[in-house]
Design a protein around this ligand. Structure first.
Ligand SMILES: Nc1ncnc2c1ncn2[C@@H]1O[C@H](COP(=O)(O)OP(=O)(O)O)[C@@H](O)[C@H]1O
Ligand SMILES: [Mg+2]
Length: 215
């Protein structure tokens, strides 16, 4: 399963939530997880350098990686791992993102809960229509898109949100959490799981594999 974290907005939690998701799948659910870092800022690759014990394997691309090499890499990872979590840059319209998204099964779109961020996120989701068309051309099943509310303070009014997005929400949203700065690939912080992460991962499990064990 290719699971891509994307949004054209930066700072919404793509990289941090991907790292926590990978750690939860790897350490708590014993899934074979690979991370593919396609962001030129290489945040995930940097995180992995600070990780000491065995952690989900990280693959990177660079400016010299050709489109064909990228496609081959994604298909190879898909065949060798249970889940491939792909981190993306904020350049939603870039060629790399177009290739990644056209091969993606599930896209998770983290968003901050402000009016401006919601508007940008709704626009981004709308812009993904081209992916559906591309996949149709290749006879692939449609990509599933989910919104993930992040840095939530208080309760998120889901009904109001759902009206804004033509996509489903995963969990109740992840709370604003001071320890987020300490996200890493080689541990899973239980106190963070408590902050709404659990409801997200439970919903994600339902989508990936209905019978997956809960945390
Ligand atoms: N739920 C949260 N609570 C507190 N800080 C968060 C939360 N989610 C993300 N952050 C912080 O926000 C910043 C941007 O997150 P990051 O994952 O790098 O976003 P992106 O990859 O979308 O640019 C980081 O400093 C991160 O630690
Ligand atoms: Mg990032």
């Amino acid at each position: 399963m290719i699971i891509t974290f994307a949004n054209n907005k930066g700072g919404v939690g793509k990289t941090s939530i991907l790292a926590m998701t990978a750690a939860a799948m790897f350490y708590l659910q014993n899934r074979k997880v690979a991370i593919l870092d396609t962001d030129p800022q290489q945040s995930i690759s940097v995180l992995s350098k600070f990780s000491s014990r065995k952690h989900p394997e990280v693959f990177t691309i660079n400016r010299k990686t050709s489109n064909d090499e990228l496609i081959d890499l994604i298909l190879d990872l898909k065949s060798r791992f249970d889940d491939v979590l792909v981190d993306t840059s904020g350049y939603a319209e870039s060629e790399v993102n177009r290739i990644v998204l056209s091969l993606t099964d599930i896209t998770i779109v983290p968003t901050i809960c402000t009016t401006l961020d919601f508007a940008a996120t709704a626009d981004f989701i709308q812009s993904l229509n081209y992916v559906h068309n591309l996949r149709k051309q290749y006879g692939e099943t449609p990509m599933q898109i989910f919104v993930l509310a992040n840095k939530v303070r208080g309760r998120v009014k889901h009904e109001a949100l759902v009206k804004n997005f033509d996509a489903q929400f995963l969990g109740e949203g992840i709370k604003q959490h001071v320890k987020f700065e300490e996200v890493s690939l080689d541990r899973i912080a239980i106190d963070m799981i408590k902050s709404g992460f659990q409801s997200y991962i439970e919903d994600l499990n339902q989508v990936i594999e209905p019978k997956a064990v809960a945390l």
